[in-house]
Design a protein around this ligand. Sequence first.
Ligand SMILES: [Zn+2]
Length: 140
Amino acid sequence: MPGLWFSMIRAQLPQNIYHRVLNEARDSPEAEICGLISAHQHTPVRCYSITNAHPRPASAFDMAAGELVCALRHMREQGEQLWAIYHSHPQGPGTPSSRDIAECGYPETLHLVITPHLEPPLHAWRYAGQDTMPVRLEIV
Ligand SMILES: [Zn+2]
């Protein structure tokens, strides 16, 4: 959908969170990792690693339901908001898969795909129906 690619948006990710999710992905070359990043007053502040409960974690992810509920509750108690969902593609491209988009429960949030084997290793997206829009990620 070429028209959507005009809407290049920006997002700022603090270095400490950037390194944390990248290291987490590097430490898991066999399985996709996943989790949430929360924000406080629109600034990303915290990373919630969540177990990938998918039966084929090498090529898909499914956030463990109990951990997801706990993380969202903790965010609410801390006055934080969901800022992004991240997961890795240990061997794959930096683009979300069609399944990533179709099975996403939070389409309105930012999505980060981490590819430790590629440069740059972090890719940010917004979903719009079945389409994706790239988001320019600035590490600050
Ligand atoms: Zn994916």
